[in-house]
Write a protein that binds this ligand. Structure first.
Ligand SMILES: *Cc1c(COP(=O)(O)O)cnc(C)c1O
Ligand SMILES: [Zn+2]
Length: 405
């Protein structure tokens, strides 16, 4: 019985096949991201949904559909199986009483990036990689630094100087080699690319979608949602989209489950939420284009979705088209308002990216794209606690003998 049924890597654009037993970055034929493919017949005959129910509540319960080949290679801090929390009050207010939040703020490092890091680092170490480098908007760097430390790898992390400060501290605490750049993640990406080229063979480029396994970790969000709903898909899944790996991963999960016969019926309509200050996917979607173009002077308080030109843009747009989904841009002011509304009505202090997804739910209900009786899952991709500056908290400091009104 195999722990993993990984069979090969396949280019997401040209379909070229690459062997999975050694490290890969982009497709050697066309320079596009590679996707992991599994022997789904073997998965189907070795495990059933009922078997899965008896396994520990973390993402490794899906190990047949993950790329790590031996149980001993798993590097874990207990990530996965986050709750699907009913959002009844906020849902009532916006007219979607069946609203659910998948709360990724509860995974190690406080963002869903831990899923990609757990699987990506485990597989990198299994393939003999000793040093990683990556650009990040903060959360991914923190997660890879932490999991890298646990695996005994060294990590070089490059992030914009205005990325959430706590993520820098996490990198330093975990012993990563941290660099700040006075620019965007795209500038950090160029620096990493140069380092990797100069150190040929000694440093592995672990940038988003430039290695094929981070997406496999993020895919588990989709596997969990379907399992948690009793092997049914929701009507709509709303995802704050930066590099889009989570969305591509959820789409991949739904396809694999459908092919396995564990999920029937139409797929969930996927929604890519972006910020008005950085919306390359929304622009491409509205123009009916198959790829995005670089978004100049991007800015938003939702730092994790400030990605001016995602490498996997064509895969994001394909996922939206195949699921009858949509893309929507929301303003920073309105997402902060929704962040406060969700905290006040539900007691959930979500991250700004998650708040953007709530704003999207509200606006898509108002426009009629979401119907009242639909089951809608919003991804809160991280903990509000990682962004201590988001909500102003001025209060007068009282003298010790003051009394309260
Ligand atoms: C990285 C990140 C995102 C965007 O994720 P992608 O999969 O790159 O689209 C959203 N929210 C948070 C909190 C993030 O850290
Ligand atoms: Zn290719």
């Amino acid at each position: 019985m195999s722990f993993s049924h990984l069979s090969h890597l396949e280019c997401g654009r040209c379909g070229a096949v690459h062997a999975a037993q050694r490290p890969h970055n982009l497709c050697t034929a066309c320079g596009s991201p590679l996707l992991a493919r599994y022997d789904l017949d073997a998965v189907r005959s070795s495990v059933t949904p009922a078997d899965l129910a008896t396994r520990p509540p973390d993402l490794w319960r899906y190990h047949e559909l993950l790329p790590v080949s031996a149980p001993g290679s798993v590097v874990s801090l207990g990530e996965g199986m986050t709750p699907l929390v009913p959002m009844a009050r906020y849902g009532e207010r916006i007219g979607v009483p069946g609203l659910l939040m998948k709360d990724e703020g509860l995974v190690p490092t406080g963002s869903f990036k831990a899923r990609g890091a757990a699987v990506g680092v485990s597989r990198a170490a299994e393939l003999g990689i000793g040093r990683l480098a990556m650009p990040t908007n903060g959360n991914a760097g923190a997660a890879w630094a932490v999991y890298g430390a646990r695996a005994g790898l060294t990590s070089t992390v490059v992030m914009p100087a205005d990325a959430p400060e706590i993520t820098r501290r996490e990198c330093v605490a975990a012993g990563a080699d941290l660099h700040l750049v006075d620019g965007l993640i795209s500038d950090a990406g160029r620096m990493v690319g140069e380092l990797v080229a100069r150190e040929a063979g000694r440093v592995f480029d672990a940038s988003t979608l430039k290695e094929p396994y981070r997406i496999e970790g993020k895919k588990t969000m989709g596997l969990e949602i379907v399992e948690q709903l009793g092997w049914r898909s929701p009507d709509v899944i709303i995802y704050p989209t930066g590099g889009g790996v989570g969305l591509i991963g959820i789409h991949k999960a739904v396809r694999e489950l459908t092919e396995l016969g564990w999920l029937t019926g139409p797929p969930p309509r996927l929604v890519a939420v972006q910020a008005e200050g950085c919306a390359p996917i929304v622009r491409a979607f509205e123009r009916g284009e198959r790829e995005s173009t670089f978004w100049e002077d991007s800015r938003t308080v939702a730092f994790g979705i400030n990605v001016p030109k995602p490498l996997g843009d064509f895969l994001i747009l394909e996922a939206l088209a195949e699921t009858s989904g949509t893309a929507i841009a929301v303003g920073d002011d309105e997402l902060i308002e929704d962040l406060r509304a969700v905290a006040a009505l539900e007691g959930a202090y979500v991250c700004p990216e998650g708040a953007a997804a709530f704003t999207a739910a509200r606006r898509l209900r108002a426009s009629g794209w979401i119907a009242e009786d639909e089951r809608v899952v919003v991804l809160n991709t991280g903990a509000g606690l990682k962004y201590p500056q988001t909500v102003e908290a001025d209060a007068p400091i009282l003298p010790v003998d003051a009394s309260l009104a």
